[in-house]
Design a protein around this ligand. Structure first.
Ligand code: SF4
Length: 169
C-alpha cells in the first residue's frame, strides 16, 4: 500500500504535456479582438454556446476560454446562458437529428444582428460522423453560418482568431 502511494506521488503523468500558448501573442490577439468588438457592437460581445451533438472535445477547448489563463471576460467577451442575450452562437458537433429542432429554435430566439460560428470539423461538415444516419452533417445544413473554425478540436487561440476575423468583416 505504501509503495503504491509513493508511486502515485512520484510517477510522471501518463498524459502528454499540454502545448504552451504564447502569452504575448495571446494578449495582443485578445486586445485586438476587444477593440474590434467594441467598434462593431459598441459594447461587450455575448456568446451562447450550443452543443449540437459534439463528442465534448470541442467543448473542452471552448470552456478553456473561461479559464484563468485565457480569462476572456477581461476583454469584454462573455458566455451567456440564454440565446436572447447573445450576439454570437458558437455551435459544436455535427448536429444530430435530435438536436436539429433545438438548434433552429435557439437561432430563432437570438436577436439580430447575430453571427453563427460553426466550431470544429464536425460542425463544418459532419467530420468523423459525416454520413451517419443520425446526423445532419454540419451546422450550415440547418441554419446560416457566418464562420467555420476548423480543427478537431480547434484550440482556444484558433477560436480567438476566428472571433477576430468575424468582427473585422
Ligand atoms: S470536431 Fe473533433 S473534437 Fe470536435 S466534436 Fe467533432 S470529433 Fe469531437
Amino acid at each position: 500500500m505504501r509503495s503504491l502511494l509513493l508511486q502515485g506521488l512520484f510517477r510522471r503523468p501518463l498524459t502528454e504535456a499540454p502545448p504552451v500558448p504564447d502569452a504575448a501573442d495571446l494578449a495582443a490577439l485578445a486586445d485586438h479582438l476587444d477593440i474590434a468588438a467594441r467598434r462593431r457592437l459598441g459594447r461587450s460581445l455575448s456568446i451562447r454556446h450550443v452543443d449540437a451533438g459534439s463528442c465534448n472535445g470541442c467543448e473542452l477547448e471552448v470552456h478553456a476560454l473561461n479559464n484563468a489563463f485565457y480569462d476572456l471576460e477581461r476583454y469584454g467577451l462573455r458566455f451567456v446562458a440564454s440565446p436572447r442575450h447573445a450576439d454570437v452562437l458558437f455551435v459544436t458537433g455535427p448536429v444530430t437529428r435530435n438536436m436539429r429542432e433545438a438548434l433552429e429554435r435557439t437561432y430563432n430566439a437570438t436577436p439580430s444582428p447575430k453571427w453563427v460560428v460553426a466550431v470544429g470539423d464536425c460542425a463544418a461538415d459532419g467530420g468523423l460522423f459525416g454520413g451517419s444516419y443520425a446526423v445532419e452533417g454540419g451546422v450550415s445544413r440547418v441554419i446560416p453560418v457566418d464562420l467555420h473554425i476548423t480543427g478537431c478540436p480547434p484550440n482556444p487561440t484558433a477560436l480567438l482568431k476566428g472571433l477576430l476575423s468575424l468582427m473585422e468583416r
